[in-house]
Design a protein around this ligand. Structure first.
Ligand code: NDP
Length: 296
C-alpha cells in the first residue's frame, strides 16, 4: 500500500484563492480592505525570509500589508508603543510579531500587548484560554492548517484516535485542543513519554511536531493512519542541504493511508491560514459574517 499524498501546496493555493475572493467582495460591497501588520525586530535571516513571504502573499490576496522592521536593539518600550499604535489603527485588522524576538525583549509581555481581536497568530493568552474552553478565538495558524487538511481528507474526525507528538504552545498544545474540539480521542506525547512507538501505533491521526529529523519511522505508523508532519528540519545528505520532516517519509508512506510531505505539506498552509485569520479578524471587527471553512 502507498499512502495518498496530501498536497499542502495545492491546498494552500485553494485557501488563498478563497481568501482573495472574500477580500474582493469586502472591497466591492463594503469598501473595506483587510490589513495585516507584521513586526520584525532584528536581522534573523530566517525571520526576514518569512516576513518577506508573508508580505508578498498578503498583497497577492488583495490585502494591505504594513511591514515594520525595527533594529535589534529596539527597547521594549518602543516596541510596546508601536503595538499600541497598531492596536488603535482601524486599517490594521491583524498584527503579527515575528518570533523569536531578541533576548532582551519579553515575548510573553509583547504578545499579550496585542489586541486579542487582532492577534492573528493566536498566541495571546486570551485566545489560548478561549480555544481551551471551546469559545470563538483566533487560532494559531499551523495547527489550523493541519485541521483544515484533516477535515478535507476525512470529513468528520469524531471518534478517531489522535496522537500529537510535541507539546509546544505554538503547535502541539493548540493542535490537541483543535482535535479535541472535533471530538477526537487525543493523546499528547512528548520527550518524557514512555514507549512512544506503541503510543504512535494507536493513532488513526498522527501529528508530529517535534523538530527532530525523521525520528518517527514507518513501523510506528498504524496501517492506514493519516500522518501530518509539521517538522521542518534542515539536514545535510550526500553533500547537499535538504529539508525533511519529523517522520521518516520513505518508510511511513508505505504504511500510512495518507501523509503530508516535507516540503510541500503543512508549511505552505501556515501563511495561508495567517491570511485566513486576518480576513476573519476583519469580518469580526466590522460585524460581518465570517468566511465559512476558513476558521476552526
Ligand atoms: P518545540 O521545540 O517548541 O517543541 C518540540 C516538542 O517536541 C516538545 O514538546 C518536546 O517535548 C518534544 N520532543 C522533543 N524531543 C522528543 C522526543 N525524542 N520524543 C518525543 N517528543 C519530543 O518545537 P515547535 O513545536 O515549535 O516545532 C516543532 C517542529 O515543527 C519544528 O521542526 C519546527 O520547525 C516545525 N514547525 C513548522 C511550522 C510550519 O509552518 N510547518 C510552524 C512551526 C513549527 P518536551 O516538551 O518534553 O521537551
Amino acid at each position: 500500500m502507498t499512502a495518498t499524498i496530501i498536497d499542502g501546496k495545492a491546498f494552500a493555493a485553494k485557501v488563498r484563492g478563497e481568501v482573495a475572493a472574500h477580500v474582493a467582495r469586502l472591497k466591492e460591497e463594503h469598501g473595506i480592505t483587510p490589513g495585516l501588520a507584521v513586526v520584525l525586530v532584528g536581522e534573523d535571516p530566517a525571520s526576514q525570509v518569512y516576513v518577506r513571504n508573508k508580505g508578498t502573499q498578503t498583497l497577492e490576496v488583495g490585502m494591505a500589508s504594513f511591514e515594520h522592521k525595527l533594529p535589534a536593539e529596539t527597547s521594549e518600550a518602543d516596541l510596546l508603543a508601536l503595538i499600541a499604535n497598531l492596536n488603535a489603527d482601524p486599517a490594521v485588522h491583524g498584527i503579527l510579531v515575528q518570533l523569536p524576538l531578541p533576548k532582551h525583549l519579553d515575548s510573553d509581555l509583547v504578545i499579550n500587548a496585542i489586541d486579542p481581536a487582532k492577534d492573528v497568530d493566536g498566541f495571546h493568552i486570551s485566545n489560548v484560554g478561549l480555544l481551551g474552553t471551546g469559545q470563538k478565538s483566533m487560532v494559531p495558524c499551523t495547527p489550523l492548517g493541519c485541521l483544515m487538511m484533516l477535515r478535507d481528507h476525512h470529513g468528520s474526525l469524531a471518534g478517531l484516535n489522535a496522537v500529537v507528538v510535541g507539546r509546544s504552545n505554538i503547535v502541539g498544545k493548540p493542535m490537541a485542543q483543535l482535535l479535541l474540539g472535533d471530538s477526537c480521542t487525543v493523546t499528547i506525547a512528548h520527550s518524557r513519554t514512555k514507549d512512544l512507538g506503541a503510543v504512535c501505533r494507536g493513532a488513526d491521526i498522527l501529528v508530529a511536531a517535534v523538530g527532530r529529523p525523521e525520528m518517527i519511522p514507518g513501523d510506528w505508523v498504524k496501517p492506514g493512519a493519516t500522518v501530518i508532519d509539521v517538522g521542518i528540519n534542515r539536514i545535510e545528505r550526500d553533500g547537499k542541504g535538504k529539508l525533511v520532516g519529523d517522520v521518516d517519509f520513505g518508510s511511513a508512506v508505505k504504511v500510512a493511508g495518507a501523509i503530508t510531505p516535507v516540503p510541500g505539506g503543512v508549511g505552505p498552509m501556515t501563511i495561508a491560514c495567517l491570511l485566513a485569520n486576518t480576513l476573519t479578524a476583519c469580518c469580526r471587527a466590522n460585524g460581518l459574517p465570517e468566511p465559512a471553512g476558513l476558521t476552526a
